[in-house]
Design a protein around this ligand. Sequence first.
Ligand code: ZN
Length: 311
Amino acid sequence: MSKSTRECNEIVVTHLSNGAPVKLLIHTIRGQKPGPVLGLSAVIHGDEIIGAEILRRVYERLDEAELSGTVKMMPVANPLAFESLTRNTPLDMNNLNRVFPGDPKGWVTDQLAHSIVTNFLDTIDAYIDLHAGGAVPIVDYVYIQNDEALSRAFNFPVLYRPAHPYEGTTATYTTSKGIPSVTVEVGGGPNYAKDVERGVEGIFNCMRHLKMLPGEVTPAPKQVVVTEIASIRPTQGGIMVPGFDFSAVGTVIEGEQVLARTYNPQTFEELEVIRTPFKRNLVILMRGTIQKVNAGDYGFMIGNLDTIEGE
Ligand SMILES: [Zn+2]
């Protein structure tokens, strides 16, 4: 591997009050043949750390002798939120993935978004953004945005076509520019190695699909396109005891069953029982370990298997 084909650039976005710079780091890996520029980003939400490990492994295994085009990687898009392992930026409490295209004169989160747009998103031809369930839940699906074939090439079994995409995300920006964009939700919780590897393989398969790497595209497994997801947030804080462990991710739960019970940790009173919402429930995001939960946290995302496309 020739070192000269790789470079690493640090962009100073602003400074903390203590003088420390707030920096974004972007790796550029140039292939020996011409081709598109693929952008890969992770940790836009600071508690979704698995994406940084997926990108580290892609960086290690990528061979520029085989690569047509260029890969740009931003493994930690919100370094402030990463440090505190929080979804939002602790300095201004804003969600980076709701403020794109940002504002160079705005909150620190707006400034980060603006810098990501000008230094990264405006320089790429295709885009994969890695998200996760966060520090406790595990999640598993891929959004369909403006390039269904590229989303399918990530080879996850569950795809989601939202009726109303979120505003202000990186992908809202890139799709508005006509850049093929894929948002991946993979792993979280204990950050299992198998989920890291599925993310790595998904990226390499998308690169074969884009003809940036040689070799046959690995055919997708049976995939379902979900159009209706119930996002269940607990209304009560406490200690949540789930009814299923993480092996339920991606499986179907038939009928009404208990997903979790939340207890007052001091009085032992049962505060809430969360049940499956549909007749046939596809588990897309879940909590699978006994944890503290706050009212309004992400609890479960359950797809309605009776409203999937093509069935
Ligand atoms: Zn996220």
